[in-house]
Design a protein around this ligand. Structure first.
Ligand code: TYM
Length: 334
């Protein structure tokens, strides 16, 4: 590739929290998009471990989850040669940038974040970090002048506030940040819980039966899909309102097969729910078996540390430049 072509490549960045084994929802909503686009864009993917501690974490479990997540990124097809992969907590500029952004963010706008409202309801003693979480996320994004942020729809509001913060800062202090766009796929942007298809499939869900984790035993995955909640209509239709369970399974099938929603509905027009569920299970198990095999080869290898060592060097360099620029603009200088 010529130098000019390389310089023109657009940049994308995303992060996942190491708060438990990632789910099929995380895979479809974020990781798979990164894998599909990694040829086209300059890609950064990191482990949002500082976001994870906005809610209480057991230290040993957290450390294990971090290592597991790095191995899973790579097992899912994130290529360390094409992506900068690093650990958020190894880069002190994120929190420093976040502080400067916090001082340019309003209490009112953070109070309106739906994720904050949901999570703070669950525990009256929530931390201040849970409240300022979106600003740390804005700093993750704005530190690298990225064009795109591939996320699931549940994180769209957070990317939007990052845009608002960037626009406001640029206006106040002069051009400092690139304003990023969320990259959200139409199909499968929100994979729902198999047991309660009105709720998103979430790592922190209490009911394990509704959540497919990438390291679940494949027999268990099959069982979870076969016992997914459906309805009494008996027809494979995409109708989120009246058939949320079936629509969710269609979304999963569409995301993993690459077929259109219409083609999936047509293909299974004559099938009963059992046959359709078996087909969904076959597809999910086939995909996850490949990931698990690569994961088992990687989890104890030193390669993971080498990948993170290379990644953090690159991340530090770029984010430090942004941090220094912000300090100059704000007047934090001698
Ligand atoms: P997290 O760890 O909750 O989720 C990681 C990614 O997975 C997507 N996702 C889903 N997509 C479809 N269906 C679901 N059921 C589902 N559940 C989760 C999320 O939208 C997300 O893209 N705040 C972020 C992590 C983060 C980040 C960032 C992301 C921190 N800094 C900067 C992008 C850019 C989070 O909690 O993701």
């Amino acid at each position: 590739m010529k130098r000019d072509e390389k310089m023109e490549k657009k940049k994308m960045l995303t992060g996942l929290q190491p708060t438990g084994v990632i789910t099929l929802g995380n895979y479809i909503g974020a990781i798979k998009q990164m894998v599909d686009y990694q040829e086209k864009y300059d890609s950064i993917i990191f482990i949002a471990d500082m976001h994870a501690i906005t809610i209480p974490q057991d230290p040993e479990t957290l450390a294990n989850n971090i290592r597991q997540l790095i191995a899973l990124y790579i097992a899912c097809g994130i290529d360390p040669k094409k992506n900068t992969i690093f650990l958020q907590s190894e880069n002190p500029y994120h929190a420093n940038i976040s502080w400067m952004l916090e001082c340019n963010t309003y209490f009112g706008e953070l109070s309106r974040m739906t994720q904050f409202k949901d999570k703070s309801k669950k525990n009256a003693n929530f931390s201040a970090g849970l409240f300022t979480y979106p600003v740390l996320m804005a700093s993750d994004i704005l530190a690298y002048d990225v064009d795109y942020v591939p996320v699931g729809i549940d994180q769209k509001q957070h990317v939007e506030i990052a845009r608002d913060i960037a626009i406001r800062f640029n206006k106040k202090y002069g051009e400092t940040f690139k304003v990023p766009e969320p990259l959200i796929r139409a199909e499968g942007t929100k994979i729902m819980d198999l047991q309660s298809p009105d709720k998103k499939m979430s790592k922190s869900s209490e009911n394990q039966k509704g959540v497919i984790r990438l390291l679940d035993d494949t027999a268990v995955i099959r069982k979870k899909i076969m016992s997914a909640t459906t309805d009494s209509m008996g027809k494979i239709n995409f109708d989120i309102e009246n058939q949320p369970g079936i629509s969710n399974l269609i979304n999963i099938y569409v995301s993993l097969s690459g077929m259109s929603k219409e083609d999936v509905v047509e293909k299974f027009a004559e099938s009963n729910y059992g046959t359709f569920k078996t087909a969904v299970a076959d597809l999910v198990v086939e995909e996850i078996e490949k990931i698990q095999k690569r994961y088992n080869d990687l989890i104890n290898s030193e390669e993971l540390d080498r990948i993170l060592d290379v990644g953090i060097e690159k991340a530090l360099k770029t984010s430090r430049e942004k941090y220094e620029l912000m300090k100059q603009k704000i007047g934090l200088r001698r």
